[in-house]
Write a protein that binds this ligand. Sequence first.
Ligand code: LLP
Length: 442
Amino acid sequence: MNERETLKINRLGHLEIGGADTVDLAKEFGTPLYVFDEAHIRNMMRVYKTTIEKEYDGNGLVLYASKAFSCEAVYAIAREEGIGVDVVSGGEFYTALKAGFPADKAYMHGNNKLVRELEFALDNGIGNIVIDSYREADILNDLAKKRGIKQNVLIRTNPGVEAHTHAFVQTARTDSKFGFSIGDGAAEDITRHVLSKENLVLKGYHCHIGSQIFEKQSFIIAAEKVMDFIASIKQKLGFEACVLNIGGGFGVWYTDEDPKLKLSDYADYLKALIGAVKTKAAEHGLNKPYLLIEPGRSIVGEAGITLYTVGAIKDIKGIKKYVAIDGGMFDNPRYALYQSKYTVLLADRAGEECTEKVTIAGKCCESGDIIAVDVPLPEAESGNILAVLTTGAYNYSMASNYNRNFIPAAVLVNDGKAEYIVKPQTYEDLIRNDVIPERLKK
Ligand code: LLP
């Protein structure tokens, strides 16, 4: 296993996260269980924040992309760390507000924001809305006018940068449901449109080139393209953007096929990006824009693991050995969706040598319900605790009650002590919104 600050193997041969023994956690809280190391989350928030402070005179803000993991506690941590958040639905914004998160530090995204979401955002004083369609600009202007307010907005652009990542999470190509392409003049046209709206205040531009990206150059080229665009808009329309939001996308370690980045590496990514923005600002004679970045996965991804209990084991001789767990695609749909790879280990026998390759299967009623294929493990037995690493991002947030399974609880570990941040569900929760029409009642 890759030794990390967050994880270690203790003298009992058990996996520890944030100083807590995972075998004890499984006993106390049950499985499946999402476990998050608070120190890891805070360190990641801090490294971005301090890099902006040091390298860019603090002229910017880190926005935690909360689609990666949204629950009240994580917004409370972001609030304490003095960073902002990116929200992509009324639900995420509501959760942030409930956690006491300052609305003016929230930025709302979405390619098809609903009218009720825009109304909710305005009524609760959202800081900024990132416009992604003409329709949205028109609706938002009307809603702002009705309320007698002027709403700060950004425009989502599409710089046409191809990042080497899974095709499903490439977003900044010209063919994308997101943003307005810089290359074909669409971004310029929507700029004119938004500038003509009396109740919208255009602050600048946003772009997001994809997720799980390791190439520094992708971020640099994207930043350069948007800076060139800002310069050309200034020249053509006399409008100089004062905000540049460069999105998220920094990669994390899932398996040893991925680089294992240190905090200083993440700082270097941001430094390189800042360098490109500064150079372009000087080249074009622009003011240095207020810089926003939106990391999600890199803040919570490696901070989280999922603990399961091994149940049925099926050895199909000469073909495959299936090790089934008490979770599955309802708590982690990422293999089913993207064939994502994970590192898996037996948390209660973490020091033992791996002697076989097995496929980790979930408990849902379909063959595609797999968590990992052909992963090395010691010979597992029913009752062993299995840990899947790097599940902090896009696991809980993408979980469902498929097959009426419970979405697992989540605990936050701080200095070896764990507390619930998401309580376990009950059967009652599953039927909470069900209604039997009178005519179907016996
Ligand atoms: N900003 C915007 C506008 C985004 O669309 C995203 C992610 C982020 C920031 C955060 O990107 P990150 O730093 O987390 O890479 N469900 C997929 C990932 C979808 C990402 C969507 N947008 C997965 O499980 O891999």
